[in-house]
Design a protein around this ligand. Structure first.
Ligand code: 4AD
Ligand code: MG
Length: 431
């Protein structure tokens, strides 16, 4: 008998098949017993009727525990009322492993308990749905860039210097070479790639020694960073809005069942279409002032500020031209007002905050040297980066999208800890 996946059952109606998986739950009514089996691809209700199986198989029902692994054999028929829409008339059951008492039960558990059991929690339907949406988002990201002639460029994780400020660096000993730092962003390497290939994207894990215990911060997160030669800030914003539109459309198209499990109201996703609203930092501050929030020009927008601003829009909003003093050393200044950086952040709606940060890059050698000095950064580890301004420097721009915040927003989750299989936070390193 062939083993098939639950997600492919529509091709096996009327056939005898084997399904291997785990016991999701069981119930009985009179002479009929139901084993709901999950195989990772879906749920199947298997129906055991006394007389259709041997007595010993019929009696297995009494001893089989939640999450025991098993194979069920039988004929598949359509059954609209069953989870997944199919049912199996069981002829045999084989237990592979009888599970010990499973710690996660249908009753409510605290988040810390669930996080301690994250390796098992991943089997639950909500977590299962989140990971599938995450996969779809990553697929859509690759598709977007691959279809537009971008080259994938992997950046190193051990780096010799800070890229996004020295306060969130993870440091480690590196043989005879002194200290190495876990990368905060692959951007600087992406810039080298853009000068070689025109358009590249870096996609990998990044690290920030974030001391903040917020629902938006991880110490290890995934970031995708496109970098494009000859793009300016406007081109960059346009790329970002087309990119977000593509990602959201792809999830809406392919992951409706998962969005349903997550009870996601997709109203705020269906509006994600180019052009997105664009406001300057100064306009953002006006919004805050109108809402009665005291805010001094020159400060960075905090999490609450971002929430208040994004609540004014029914779709992501792009905030551009921030005070240079709160932004990274590599950002180009606005020729119209050198106090401003040609920076852009995309704030997600519904209080999800910044999902994209980016800018046009400083492409002038002397200016960049001054910026390094202003930020008290050493020159030596940036010599290679300065070379990009010595040999055929061109205007260029790029941005970074945080995968976990994007997953959190699209899935409608309260906290980024559920957006990655094994989250790393200031107070969590296990499992
Ligand atoms: O705004 P950030 O710091 O930008 C950069 O690192 C640039 N070098 C990107 C570039 O221009 N190539 O980070 C970019 C995004 C944020 O908008 C956010 O989505 C995510 O990365 N991010 C975090 N996500 C989870 N936990 C954290 N601690 C994060 N820090 C940033
Ligand atoms: Mg940022």
């Amino acid at each position: 008998m062939i083993r098939v996946s639950i997600e492919n059952l529509d091709k096996h109606i009327g056939e005898e098949v084997k399904i291997s998986g785990w016991l999701y739950n069981k119930r009985s009514s009179g002479k009929i017993r139901f084993l709901v089996v999950r195989d990772g691809s879906g749920l199947l209700q298997s129906v055991i009727v006394k007389g259709n199986v041997t007595d010993s198989v019929f009696d297995l029902f009494d001893t089989i525990t939640q999450e025991s692994s098993l194979s069920v054999f039988g004929k598949i028929k359509k059954e609209e009322r069953a989870p997944g829409g199919f049912e199996m008339e069981v002829t045999n059951v084989e237990i592979i492993h009888l599970a010990k008492e499973y710690p996660i039960t249908p009753k409510e558990h605290g988040v810390e308990f669930l996080m301690d059991h994250r390796h098992l929690w991943l089997r639950s339907s909500r977590q299962h749905a989140v990971l599938r949406v995450r996969h779809q988002i990553i697929k859509a990201i690759r598709e977007f860039f691959d279809n537009r002639g971008f080259v994938l460029m992997d950046a190193p994780i051990f780096t010799p210097a800070a890229c996004e400020g020295t306060s969130t660096l993870f440091e480690t000993d590196y043989f005879d070479l002194g200290k190495a730092y876990l990368t905060q962003s692959g951007q600087l390497y992406g810039e080298a790639g853009a000068m070689a290939h025109g358009k590249v994207y870096v996609f990998g894990p990044t690290f920030r020694a974030e001391k903040s215990k917020t629902r938006r911060h991880l110490t290890e997160f995934w970031m995708v960073e496109p970098e494009v030669a000859f793009n300016d800030l406007n081109d960059n914003m346009e790329l970002a809005e087309e990119f977000l539109e593509h990602i959201v459309l792809s999830v809406l198209k392919h992951r409706q069942p998962e969005l349903k499990i997550l009870e996601r109201n997709t109203k705020f996703l269906e509006t994600v279409k180019k052009p997105l609203p664009k406001i300057t930092y100064d306009e953002a501050i006006e919004i805050l002032k109108k809402k009665g929030i005291a805010f001094e020009w020159g400060n960075d927008l905090g999490g609450t500020d971002e929430t208040v601003i994004s609540e004014q829009f029914d779709r992501p909003v792009i905030v551009h031209r921030y005070p240079a003093q709160v932004k990274a050393f590599y950002m180009k200044r606005d020729p119209q007002n050198p106090k401003l950086a040609l920076a852009m952040d995309v704030l997600a709606p519904e209080g999800y905050g910044e999902i994209i940060g980016g800018s046009q890059r400083e492409d002038d050698y002397d200016t960049l040297i001054n910026r390094l000095d202003e930020h008290k950064l050493p020159h030596a580890p940036f010599e290679w980066y300065l070379d990009l301004r010595r040999y055929g420097s061109v205007p260029h721009a790029g941005f970074g999208l945080g995968i976990e915040r994007t997953v959190g927003w699209i899935c409608g989750l309260d906290h980024v800890r559920e957006t990655i299989p094994f989250p790393r936070m200031i107070y969590r390193l296990n499992p």
